[in-house]
Design a binder for this molecule. Structure first.
Ligand code: MN
Ligand code: MN
Length: 469
């Protein structure tokens, strides 16, 4: 064999034996890129419109209705092709498209979460300190607290008055609205602050949101800035200070979703964990046509605080929906669950070349590598993980490959560095084959998170393929 022949054999062998790791952009045709970019325009609109779990649930319900979904009624009979939905306490949604196969052969579940890290207002939030009015906050989810200062914030949520009337609040999204902000110390005076550990550069009780500075025009009384603010709120919403006690107000970054980069390859926005999987999952189920298996899309709340509570996936609301579905068809809940499959649709940490030392390159997902399939999550010895079986990974792999979905694998950072979990284990605990599949994210849990458009589109394609499998 000549040297040249040997070289070409090595090249062929390499192509045959090595894993394909080409950039998704190279692997996609021009027309696919066009479709991908267009898809992401819809995604950005969704991000701007649905910044909290309540807003996301409302948008999802609206889109479901216009796609022909009707409220699930456990007393009704359903047939293949019927589309139903259920809203749990305005914060979580389940959508289902009835398949042609009996439900006790299992359903195909997709589960994403629609809550994101943010600053929640305390129940007694309004204070005045030296003629500056603040809302006291309690952060929600795992954040680097210092990232949330000097960022324009909008305020979203509801206030329930003692008579039961509910007021919806959304200030700071319209260009003419005011915004709110947490202050930070100027560097000139921060030498002591800069010596604090990073977890305390900004302490929880320093996440005070500036809400006003003009006093009520009467010098005689104390706390006149607070009085003036309450007077403004009373005129606008008809509320008094006590009404905050029964309110849920959330401060989130006020900026809109934008393209990032000269090539517009990335999306920058607040709350992409996990609304990037929520949107792609939603689009996949809204467009589902006559699936064999019943398709169920869950868009849940409270993932970022551990999935506890009645709108989180540690509660029984999913199990009860499956039980009601089983009852409609006169089959056993446990048979439906045992034969079901689930893609836990949540983001993973994309390899960040600037901070490469926390990643193990060979087992990290990368931007533009496609949707990421994660066999197991957890931390330090797979603690708290749902570890999908090799058989189930094989099944999902076949579905993705058969449908030309661009995908990669990746785990969350180096073994001893940290880790994290998703809702996968709570669904797997119901006796469902479950695996994590989601979009790689840079700067996860920061006020501004980054994803790649090709990966977003690949996630949508993966969920579509799963529904049709
Ligand atoms: Mn997540
Ligand atoms: Mn998260």
């Amino acid at each position: 064999m000549s040297k040249r022949e040997n070289e070409s054999t090595a090249k062929e062998l390499k192509e045959k034996l090595f894993m394909q790791k080409k950039n998704a952009y190279i692997r996609m045709s021009d027309s696919e890129i066009k479709k991908c970019d267009k898809f992401c325009e819809g995604y950005k609109k969704f991000l701007d419109e649905a910044k909290t779990e309540r807003e996301a649930a409302a948008v999802i319900e609206r889109e479901a209705k216009s796609a022909g979904f009707v409220k699930f009624d456990k007393k009704k009979k359903y047939k293949a092709g019927d589309k139903v939905y259920l809203v749990n306490r305005e914060k979580a949604v389940i959508l289902a498209v009835i398949g042609s196969e009996p439900v006790d052969r299992g359903v195909n579940l997709l589960a994403a979460h629609i809550d994101s890290p943010r600053l929640d207002m305390k129940q007694n939030p309004l204070i005045e300190k030296e003629e500056v009015g603040y809302f006291k906050s309690h952060y929600y989810g795992g954040i680097k607290k210092y990232q949330w200062t000097t960022v324009p914030m909008s305020l979203h949520g509801v206030i329930v008055k003692a008579d039961g009337t509910k007021i919806t609040v959304k200030i700071g999204e319209d260009e003419n609205d005011p915004v709110f902000c947490v202050s930070d110390l100027l560097p000139h005076l921060a030498s002591a602050q800069m010596k604090r550990p990073a977890t305390e550069i900004i302490k929880g009780e320093e996440l005070n949101i500036i809400v006003g500075t003009r006093p009520f025009k009467d010098d005689e009384i104390s706390e006149s800035v607070k009085l003036n603010l309450l007077s403004i709120l009373n005129k606008k919403y008809g509320i008094t200070e006590a009404d905050f006690l029964s309110a849920e107000l959330e401060a989130v970054p006020a900026f809109k979703a934008r393209d990032i980069g000269f090539d517009r390859s990335l999306v920058g926005a607040y709350g992409q964990d996990d609304r990037v999987c929520a949107y792609t999952e939603l689009m996949a189920i809204l467009e589902a046509k006559n699936p064999k298996k019943t398709a169920v899309a869950i868009l849940t709340d409270k993932e970022e605080t551990g999935s506890d509570g009645n709108t989180g996936l540690q509660s029984s609301y999913l199990k009860y929906f499956i039980a009601d579905l089983a009852a409609v068809f006169g089959v056993k809940t446990r048979d439906v669950l045992a034969n079901s499959k689930c893609l836990s649709a949540d983001v993973n940490a994309a390899y960040d070349p600037t901070f490469s030392d926390v990643f193990e390159k060979n087992n990290s997902c990368v931007l533009n590598g496609g949707v990421c399939v994660t066999k197991y999550t957890g931390s330090r010895g797979k603690s708290g993980t749902s570890d999908a079986s090799a058989e189930f990974v094989g099944e999902i792999r076949a579905v993705l490959d058969k449908n030309n979905v661009i995908w990669q694998t990746g785990e969350l950072g180096k073994v001893d560095i940290g880790g994290g979990g998703t809702v996968a284990k709570y669904i797997a605990n119901l006796d469902v084959d479950t695996i994590d599949v989601g979009v790689p994210v840079i700067s996860m849990h920061a006020p501004y998170e980054i994803t790649a458009k090709t990966d977003i589109y690949a996630a949508y394609k993966a969920f579509e393929a799963f529904i049709d499998s």
